[in-house]
Design a protein around this ligand. Structure first.
Ligand code: FPP
Length: 249
């Protein structure tokens, strides 16, 4: 029996975000080049997108490349860019057929032209997808995103399109690259580390965290469902007490 049959379909996380970690170590433990780990990582992405869609998850955000990842050796960075173009080109038709809409968050301007163009084509092609929104965080970091938001808010206050007294948490949400998305309900990090690595810091204020030692290339549908089952055991109190939560249900 698959773990999917154990899920409570009335209490699914609407938005799952994943820090895909451990590609390099997966390769190293097998005496392979790091690039082999990244290739296997793409296969894991395919499996997990399918599994999320099967479980009726509405939003899946994948941390594919951070602002800090630009500091990796140029061979690895170039290899990752090529791999992204390869994966996006290969998968676009299938994503479209399966109702998966791709969107991207991050400093897209910094990507090489050929990557940005492929990504934009994939975004346009899949724009009609209604089943699952797949958010790719690319050249993304939360501190970058928040800095950009602060600059735009200052500009709008200066130009008079925004009044300082009007600024609220909702205003800040609206200036982030995730403005059209609900906050993640569940954040999964693979690869054994237990940190957030500059990912969705504002948006994860009340997100449930799930850490697993499994390296990303080994992550699969059952691992995803295991994380969702764990999420379903948690009580989300948002600062309130248990009795209040029970009363509201
Ligand atoms: C983390 O493992 C993985 C990455 C930084 C890259 C993940 C990106 C891909 C697999 C390509 C994505 C493609 C698309 C289309 C979204 P690591 O290298 O940090 O592993 P380590 O911690 O073991 O060194």
């Amino acid at each position: 029996m698959s773990l999917i049959d154990k899920l409570d379909h009335k209490r699914l996380p609407a938005h799952i975000a994943i820090i895909m970690d451990g590609n390099g170590r997966w390769a190293k433990t097998r005496g392979l080049d790091r690039s082999e780990g990244h290739k296997k990582g793409v296969e894991a992405i395919r499996r997990v997108v399918e599994a999320a869609s099967t479980a009726s998850i509405q939003y899946l955000t994948l941390y594919a490349f951070s602002t800090e990842n630009w500091r990796r050796p140029s061979d690895e960075v170039n290899g990752l860019m090529d791999l992204m173009v390869y994966a996006l080109t290969r998968e676009t038709a299938d994503l479209k057929k399966n109702g998966v809409r791709i969107i991207a968050i991050g400093n897209i301007e910094r990507l090489p032209d050929y990557v940005r163009e492929t990504l934009q084509e994939c975004i346009q092609e899949t724009a009609g997808g209604k089943r699952l929104t797949l958010v790719i965080a690319l050249s993304y970091s939360s501190k970058w995103e928040l800095t950009e938001a602060v600059k735009k808010i200052c500009n709008d206050v200066k130009s008079g399109t925004l009044q300082e007294e009007e600024i609220s948490e909702v205003t800040i949400d609206n200036y982030l690259s995730t403005h059209a998305l609900p906050d993640p309900d569940l954040l999964i990090r693979t690869g054994g580390e237990q940190r957030i690595s500059n990912f969705l810091l504002w948006q994860c204020a009340y997100t449930e965290f799930y850490f697993t030692d499994t390296f990303w290339p080994d992550f699969n549908d059952e691992e995803l469902y295991k994380a969702i089952l764990e999420f379903q055991k948690r009580e989300r109190r948002y600062g309130k007490i248990s009795e209040q939560i029970e009363y509201e249900q």
